[in-house]
Design a protein around this ligand. Sequence first.
Ligand SMILES: [Zn+2]
Length: 354
Amino acid sequence: MARYDIKNFTDSEVDYYSRQIMLKNMGFDAQRNLKGATVCIVGVGGLGSPVSIQLASMGVGTLRLVDNDIVEVSNLQRQHLYGIDQVGLPKVEAAAKRLKGLNPFIDIEPLPMMVTPFNAEEIIKGSDVVIGSLDMMAPRYSLNRACQKLDIPLIHGAALAYNGTVSTILPGETACLECFQGGVDDAEMPTCATVGVHPAILGIVGSLIVSETVRIIIGQEPNLADKLMFLDLEDYSFETINLRKAENCPVCGEMDKTPEPIAYDAVTEICGREGRRVFIFNPERRMDLPLEEVNAQLNSLGFKVVVKGDLGSTFEGSDGVKGSILKTGIAILEGFQEKDEAVGIHGRIFSALE
Ligand SMILES: [Zn+2]
């Protein structure tokens, strides 16, 4: 695979990776391919945790981490990238620190962003493999279309409760996500906040994603191309069905159809706890907020900034209102009865910044 740079290794790196360099089908060439590769992991939650830990320690040279979430206490049961001392920090910031500590020989690019139809291509540009470790359909579709357009392999994984699925999508060769799972509305899907998720299924699905990713980078055939694997932790059944490119697929088919636009709202509601509503404000264009000024503005509005990160701040107010502002302009505001209240607070925080 000549498209990867050939770089040399220090003695420490050779020592670090020695137990995989000796593996059959690996060796120094494969290790060099890993070092020269950029993998974009979209979603560093339940699946992104085992995926990013393994790919970092295996020596993928550049890991681009994309997530707009903040570390919460309810994440820690399964998202083993994070510790309780990181609650309130942007996940990508906490993850970058942890992964750099695990392997100092690689580069991490943390992007505190949400994937939308407008930014998906910019986010994945330049990566050799994209991993979709998300929990919603709309951003999965945006990723799928961007990967088709830029001709980048996409490993799609999903897990909920005791079940998981994995598939490898090779643009121009295999079925795309919308050939076999198109048109699903997020409003009709269960979430981990409603049905829970067992950490072990995340570990298994995550490991399969890693194996597929590494196979592609080192030039082996992926095992799940044009296949969809179902895993069930309740009876340990692993079943694989064959997929086929749908001729009439609006995204990858040959019939010159225009795909339905992907739902995008500048303000979305996610499920909150105890009837307190949570809203995410996502600007259409990425911002670069001066966080010192954000913190000063929050203070002047009577909020207490409780976590000051490099890529975002988390604050608390009176009567259960709290939230986070990310450097990219995303705001997560929690604890409201009505959407209008959240919109009002958002306006007051941002009016002084723009
Ligand atoms: Zn398709």
